[in-house]
Design a protein around this ligand. Sequence first.
Ligand SMILES: [Zn+2]
Length: 274
Amino acid sequence: MEQKDEVQKSTGQRNIEEKTVGSKGAEIKNTVRKTAGSKKKRKRTKKRKRNRKSLWQRIRGAELDGKSLLIGIGFGALLVLLVVLGIFRCSSSKEEEKTSGLDLDASEPEISVQLLDVNEYSRPGTETDPITGIVIHYTANPGSTAQANRDYFNGLQDGHGTSVSSHFVVGLQGEIVQCVPTWEVAYASNERNHDTISIECCHPDETGVFTDKTYASMVQLTAFLCRKFQLNEEAVIRHYDVTGKNCPKYFVEKEEAWNVFKADVKAALEKGEK
Ligand SMILES: [Zn+2]
């Protein structure tokens, strides 16, 4: 240990000597690192100044003529330009991919409230936990209307053993029917029934693609509910994200369409804030 201390001490002394020499104008590569407090800071600043000076001297020493200097600056500028262009291109193409350009906001859409009778098969009357998500579904019943789906849910009370419902159904013409109050549990999203709002969406055919009117109402209703429950588009999920079920079919099979939907909800929310 003592030996080591001595070595360190003598190294320190050598460094100080080197520094002294350096200040007289010789080339400096290593200077003292282990100095205390404010002294250290002052010495660093001095060192930087010296380095700058020596760089300039080096440039002059190398007899860098005007031509090579211009070429250097030219290359530098070109590099900066390319980087800027690259960033701009990336961000703009990202924007283009994102939304479908719908002019929607998060205001309350027109809703036909037709609450189901309280019954054990479709409206248990159970209060939800705080709402943390919005779950999107498709009816899997091509061509059926919002009204028909609502009436089906209500008819389940007559007892066939099936338990299913949804807070909202969005129809083929973009009409919205509410079946269950948002503070009560609906039977749509399995283990997420207790803390989510469900939206069933009608579709004209087997592909599960939504009509433009259905789609627009889905975006506005979802944005409205997000704002109501202080959520953002990240809280919007598919039934698929809960159970792995192919629902809503189109948004499961076309991941990019799902991303566009969420981006549309986000855009509607941002517009609603203004
Ligand atoms: Zn579903």
